[in-house]
Design a protein around this ligand. Structure first.
Ligand code: NAD
Length: 479
C-alpha cells in the first residue's frame, strides 16, 4: 500500500505503525529545513514521545526556504505527512512510520512561515538549514551584512528571505501582538550554534529596530545543541528497497544509522517537550559535548571524505575500510583532535572513537563521500587547526585533509558536486589554476579567516599539496 493515514491500519508486517492518532496532534514547533536530518533526528524524538502518549501538543510544521523543500512537500502531502524511517547497519534494519510532522508548508515566500509561527501553540522554531543558512562572515562568525540576502532583508525587514530576517520578523510580530517569545533551536553542525544564531539575530534586529533587539535579548532563547545521527540523502534505490523488502510505498522514506544523540542546553523561552523521556540529554553547558562531536566525528568525516575521494573511493564505508585511511583517521583523532578536547569530558574517548570508525564503516547506509565533501563546512577542520597552532602543536594530518579538500576542487569534473558554498564557483575556478590558484585559495580570508595569513598553516598545507601529485594519493603520504 501507499503510506497514508487510511493505510495505517493495514501496514505490511515488519513495519512499525503509529501507537497514537495523528489527527489528535496539535502543532508546537515550526521547523525550518525539513530535510533528511530533521526527519531522522528531531522529528523522530518527537515521534518517540508521542509513541509514549506524550507531547501531542508538540507536532511539527515543516517550513522550507529553498526549492528542495517544495519536493519534500510534494512527496509527503499525498501521505498525510507520514514517512518511513529505516534504521540500518550491518546487523540489520528496521522500519517505522513517523507521524510527528503535521504539515509541510509550500516554500513560496516567507509569509506562510510567519503566519505559521504566529499560530497560538507554537513555542519552538527549530532549524537545520546548513551553515550557509546562517549568513555568517567567515572571519568574524558574525552576521555577514554584505550577504545579498541579508542586505535585501535589512532594506525590507517585513518580507524576509533569509533565515535570520525571518526569525527577527517573527519576533517582531510576537512582540507587537503582546505574545510570548519563542525558543529558536539550532540543530545545525556549527560550533556554538545557539550563540551564533542569537548574535546574528540580535545584530539584525538592532539594525531595524533597537527596541526589538532588546526585546529579543530579554525574552527569546537560543539554546546550543549537539546533534548526531548520520543521515545520507535518500536514493531511488532506498525507495525501491522499502517496497521490495517491506511492501510499502513511500515517496520519500529516510534511511539512517541506528545511533542517535542529542544534547541540549536547557534554556527555553516558553516550555519544551520532556525529551529526557526519550534519551535526550539536557545540560547547562553543551560546549564540551559539541566540541567532542564536531571534532572527532565531523572533522574526521570530512578528512575521510576528502582523502577518500582522492584515493578513488565513492562510498564513506569503503574509504573507512581502506587500511591506510583507517590508520590515518585513527591517528588524526588520537593525536591531533582528542588533545584539543576538554580533559574532564565524562566520556570514554577511546570507545567513542572506535564507535565512530564502526559508524563510518556502515556499508548499508550507502553514504557517499560526495555528500560529505559537498556539504561539510571546512570550518570543521579549521577550528581544531587554530587550537593546535595556538599551542604550537603539529597539524600533520589536519593539514593533509585541508590540502585534499583543495585538491579535490581542482580535480572534480562536475561543478554541481564541488561544494554547497556561496563561493563554490570562484573556488573551483581558482583551484584549477594549479599551484598559483591553490595559493590564492589559501589566501582567502572569506574561507580560511585568520588562518589565511598564518605562516605555519600556509606552509603546512602547501607542503602537503606538493606531495599530492597523483589522484590516487599514496598511503605513505598519510602516515
Ligand atoms: P538535506 O539536503 O536533506 O536538507 C537541507 C535542508 O536545509 C533543506 O530543507 C534546505 O532547504 C535547507 N537549507 C539548506 N541551505 C539553506 C539556506 N541557505 N537557507 C535556508 N535553508 C537552507 O540535508 P540534511 O541532511 O537534512 O542536513 C541539513 C543540516 O543538518 C546539515 O547542514 C547539518 O548542519 C545538519 N546535520 C546533518 C546531519 C546528517 O547526517 N545529514 C547530521 C547532523 C547534523
Amino acid at each position: 500500500p501507499r503510506l497514508c493515514r487510511a493505510t495505517l491500519g493495514s501496514l505490511p508486517e515488519g513495519v512499525a505503525g503509529l501507537t497514537y492518532d495523528p489527527s489528535r496532534i496539535t502543532a508546537g514547533i515550526v521547523h525550518l529545513g525539513p530535510g533528511a536530518f530533521h526527519r531522522a533526528h528531531m522529528a523522530h524524538y518527537v515521534h518517540a514521545q508521542m509513541s509514549r502518549g506524550q507531547a501531542m501538543d508538540w507536532g511539527i510544521i515543516g517550513a522550507g526556504l529553498t526549492s528542495f523543500d517544495a519536493r519534500v512537500r510534494e512527496a509527503l502531502a499525498p501521505q498525510d505527512w507520514l514517512y518511513t524511517l529505516v534504521e540500518r547497519d550491518d546487523q540489520g534494519a528496521s522500519a517505522q512510520v513517523v507521524g510527528s510532522i503535521v504539515e509541510v508548508l509550500p516554500p513560496v515566500g516567507t509569509g506562510a512561515i510567519l503566519d505559521a509561527i504566529d499560530r497560538p501553540g507554537i513555542r519552538i522554531v527549530s532549524l537545520t538549514v546548513s551553515e550557509t543558512g546562517y549568513c555568517l562572515d567567515a572571519t568574524t562568525r558574525r552576521l555577514d551584512r554584505t550577504n545579498p540576502l541579508i542586505a535585501s532583508d535589512l532594506a525590507h525587514p517585513r518580507q524576509p528571505g533569509s533565515v535570520i530576517g525571518l526569525l527577527v520578523e517573527a519576533c517582531r510580530r510576537r512582540r507587537d501582538a503582546g505574545r510570548p517569545a519563542f525558543t529558536a533551536l539550532s540543530c545545525d553542525n556549527l560550533p556554538g550554534n545557539g550563540g551564533l544564531l542569537r548574535a546574528a539575530v540580535l545584530e539584525f534586529a538592532a539594525q531595524v529596530d533597537p527596541g526589538l533587539g532588546d526585546w529579543i535579548a530579554t525574552h527569546a532563547r537560543f539554546p546550543a545543541t549537539m546533534v548526531d545521527r548520520i543521515t545520507p540523502v535518500t536514493r531511488p534505490e532506498d525507495v525501491a528497497m522499502l517496497t521490495r523488502t517491506w511492501g510499502l510505498n513511500d515517496g520519500w522514506p529516510i534511511v539512517c544509522e541506528p545511533y542517535a544523540q542529542w544534547v541540549i542546553e536547557d534554556d527555553f523561552a516558553d516550555g519544551r517537550p520532556d525529551w529526557e523521556a526519550v534519551g535526550v540529554q539536557f545540560t547547562a553547558d553543551v560546549a564540551p559535548y559539541e566540541r567532542m562531536k564536531l571534532r572527532l566525528l565531523n572533522a574526521s568525516h570530512l578528512a575521510l571524505a576528502s582523502l577518500g575521494w582522492l584515493r578513488g573511493h565513492s562510498m564513506v564505508a569503503e574509504a573507512m575500510r581502506d587500511p591506510a585511511l583507517e590508520r590515518c583517521i585513527r591517528a588524526l583523532m588520537e593525536t591531533e583532535l582528542s588533545p584539543t578536547l576538554p580533559a574532564d569530558l565524562p566520556v570514554d574517548l577511546a570507545a567513542y572513537q572506535d564507535r565512530i570508525v564502526t559508524r563510518f564503516s556502515n556499508r548499508t547506509l550507502q553514504d557517499t563521500v560526495e555528500r560529505i565533501n559537498t556539504d561539510a563546512s571546512i570550518n570543521m577542520l579549521l577550528d581544531p587547526i587554530r587550537d593546535r597552532l595556538a599551542d604550537g602543536r603539529p597539524i600533520r594530518r589536519l593539514s593533509l585533509a585541508v590540502a585534499a579538500w583543495i585538491r579535490r576542487l581542482a580535480l572534480i569534473e562536475d561543478d554541481a558536486l564541488a561544494l554547497r558554498h556561496p563561493l563554490a564557483d570562484a573556488l573551483t575556478s581558482l583551484a584549477r589554476g594549479g599551484a598559483t590558484g591553490e595559493a590564492q585559495i589559501l589566501a582567502r580570508s572569506d574561507v580560511f579567516g585568520d588562518l589565511s595569513g598564518n605562516a605555519a598553516f600556509l606552509t603546512a598545507v602547501t607542503r602537503r599539496l606538493r606531495v599530492m601529485t597523483t589522484v590516487r594519493i599514496p598511503a605513505r603520504v598519510m602516515l
